[in-house]
Design a protein around this ligand. Structure first.
Ligand code: PLP
Length: 406
């Protein structure tokens, strides 16, 4: 069937807001997506009709909240096609998920001289946690380079892999360039060396179907807020046997079996990794966000967004002296560019005055910017509710800014 763009846009109240007297064109979805009414309403509904702390009370409200949170876990399990709900750990977001693995898995499994492979494409949150654990354990970080189109260099990756490789942690889709990394090949090659694999799925989960069993990946993370869900909730998927063998990340309530001052035993999965009161209303509304995505269908989203990205690339390329940063064939969600020698920040300010929200800067991916010897880019990042009209407003805005700034 066709793509119900009007109904989709109608689901997002913020899209009828005006910015500086202009209708909002929101193209900063890579940083955070807007929320449909269903998600916003679910947050209120939880507090109004079904709220208490989870996993603690025998009383009615605690049961309701606990059941809803566990439903959300099963929904996330299905979304990623994980084998078991125990493999879904609720975290604050991708950053916390990666820190959990780097800290818990890393400190238990990495030794002096072991190697961790990352790529130039990584977001800082898939670099710094590994640097911290490398420093603590004596492990060494190796970095897969990219070419001038922003493509992950598989040959170079293959050369870096060795018996010393213990972990390969790479992004599924680059947040700075939009490059889709061929993760099937990344995983297959890592397996040959018996290395473990973490994929940062922040920019993939909203744009591509993800099947952790088909991928045979060890760890996968995403953030709810980029997936039309609330802030402060995200998912770490991990294979049960690995999570089971890992020590806790944080200690506290919810994650224990029995506490005495002599010895404490830990709760079973997934609760072992969920110390403290979680984001209850956020977790419950993450289920709503996933339901909302599913009723459109990721297959439809993929083809709609591809058409939109193609249109945007074509229209933007008509602008004189535009330079696309990241020109991989396989891209999702993101178009990064510069215009002449105009500073991205100046261009971004003018676009904002015209009601067009784009991101400017290094996008928390400074190694990518270093590769292209630039301090930053303008980044238009797309979502289910963007339209060709949004693209036209962006292109007009860039042209206007160009005239004003040159
Ligand atoms: N990884 C990628 C590829 C991202 O794009 C982001 C957010 O921009 C993150 C990780 C960090 O996500 P969060 O800030 O939600 O933890």
């Amino acid at each position: 069937g066709s793509y119900p763009i009007d109904r989709i846009r109608g689901d997002f109240p913020i899209l009828s807001e005006e910015v500086h007297g202009k209708p909002l064109v929101y193209l900063d979805n890579g940083a955070s997506a807007q929320k449909p009414s269903a998600v916003i309403d679910q947050i209120s509904k939880t507090y109004e009709t079904g709220y208490a702390n989870v996993h603690r009370g025998v009383h009615y409200m605690s049961q309701i909240a606990t059941d809803a949170m566990e439903d959300a876990r099963r929904k996330a399990q299905m979304f990623l096609n994980a084998a078991d709900e125990k493999e879904i750990i609720f975290v604050r977001g991708a950053t916390e998920g990666i820190n959990l693995v780097a800290s818990s898995w890393g400190r238990a499994n990495l030794q002096e001289g072991d190697e961790i492979i990352l790529s130039v494409l990584e977001h800082h949150s898939n670099i710094v946690p590994w640097q911290i654990v490398a420093e603590q354990t004596g492990a060494v970080i190796k970095v897969v380079p990219i070419d001038d189109a922003g493509i992950f260099l598989m040959d170079e990756y293959e050369k870096l892999l060795s018996e010393k490789t213990k972990m390969v942690a790479v992004t599924h889709v680059s947040n700075a360039l939009g490059t889709i990394v061929p993760v099937e090949d990344v995983i297959r090659l890592a397996r040959e060396k018996e290395a473990f694999i973490l994929l940062d799925g922040c920019q993939a989960a909203p744009h591509l179907p993800v099947d952790v069993q088909a991928l045979d990946v060890d760890f996968y993370v995403f953030s709810g807020h980029k997936l039309y869900g609330p802030n402060g909730i995200g998912v770490l998927y991990g294979k049960e046997a690995l999570l089971d063998a890992m020590p806790p990340y944080q200690g506290g309530g919810e994650m224990i079996d029995r506490v005495t001052f002599e010895k404490t035993t830990y709760a079973d999965l997934p609760h072992k990794f969920e110390a403290g009161t979680p984001n209850i209303a956020g977790g419950i509304a993450l289920k709503t966000a996933i339901d909302w995505i599913n009723q459109i269908g990721l297959d439809k989203i993929v083809s709609y967004e591809k058409e939109l990205m193609d249109y945007a690339t074509e229209e933007l390329s008509k602008i004189e002296s535009i330079q696309f940063i990241g020109q991989a064939q396989e891209k999702a969600g993101v178009i990064s560019f510069l215009v002449g020698d105009i500073h991205p920040y100046d261009m971004g300010m003018i676009l904002d005055k015209l009601g067009v929200a784009v991101r400017t800067g290094h996008h928390c991916a400074q190694p990518v910017m270093d590769q292209f010897c630039i301090p930053g880019t303008l980044r238009a990042s797309f979502a289910v509710y963007n339209t060709k009209e949004d693209v036209n407003r962006l292109v007009e805005g860039v042209k206007k800014a160009q005239t004003m700034l040159s």
